[in-house]
Design a protein around this ligand. Sequence first.
Ligand code: ATR
Length: 275
Amino acid sequence: KRLYGIIGDPIEHTLSPDMHQFWYHQDHVAHHYHVFHVTKDQLETAVQGIKALGISGCNVTIPHKVAIIPFLDDLDDEARMLGAVNTVVNKNGKLIGYNTDGLGFLRSLEHHQKYHLPDHPQVLVIGAGGAGQAIALTMAKYGARCVDITNRTIEKAVKLSRSCQVFCESNGISLTEAENGLEKYDVIVNATSIGLSEHDSLIPIPIENSKSSAIFVDIIYNFETKWLRLAKQQGKRTLDGLPMLIFQGAISYKHWLGHLPKLNDMDAFLRNKLE
Ligand code: ATR
């Protein structure tokens, strides 16, 4: 019987314990997944605690994904590329940092849209924060033909595009350029917090100029954002953030238990929790 968990601040509303406990039950293992509320000033001590208490692994969320790195013993390639960690594995007392956010996004997109996506899609990522970085770099590394990034603070978009250029064509562009050139993209992703509040009337970018086959993805999962609702009304295919959450969790689970959990019922289970 092992102990896993999640560290973050705030952390009350996380769905990760429900998700992992569901999978433990499904796999007939007696592990437990605990919520650890850890503030910034307690992070180092908390990480020492993982070792001292023999906790087998944990997820890491806001605001610790970058700050935890100096306290870990090693990083895998994705975590190194993204400069951020969302999963820690305790390997015989050594703490290894992984990042499953980007691959979680990619797998969720493949899973839901694989028959509709070109092999090498042209991608627009709106937002150059932590989530935008994970999505843009992972799409660039794993087969996109082009990844363009737009952001309120354009300097961050340009910087991120330079990192993506190692893998494919990538441009940091203004919101106006993105809007005028929207027809170019197969996948349009909102990785900002615009729309995060249910009453938010802002949308990240107007939908009108996009091509008919474009897929609109919003990483927000608590409810359907105004943007996704508008895209749907205009006949576009849409994907919210819940599948990304599930796939990042499933890949973390694999790092810990050695196999992917069966995902069949998870989407309905979590949507039911969110209602
Ligand atoms: P996360 O880790 O969730 O990506 P983050 O790193 O704080 O969070 O990034 C938030 C993203 O949302 C950024 O791209 C931010 O734009 P800036 O880099 O210009 O700050 C974007 N964002 C947040 N609120 C926004 C708003 N009202 N309008 C436009 N962009 C916004």
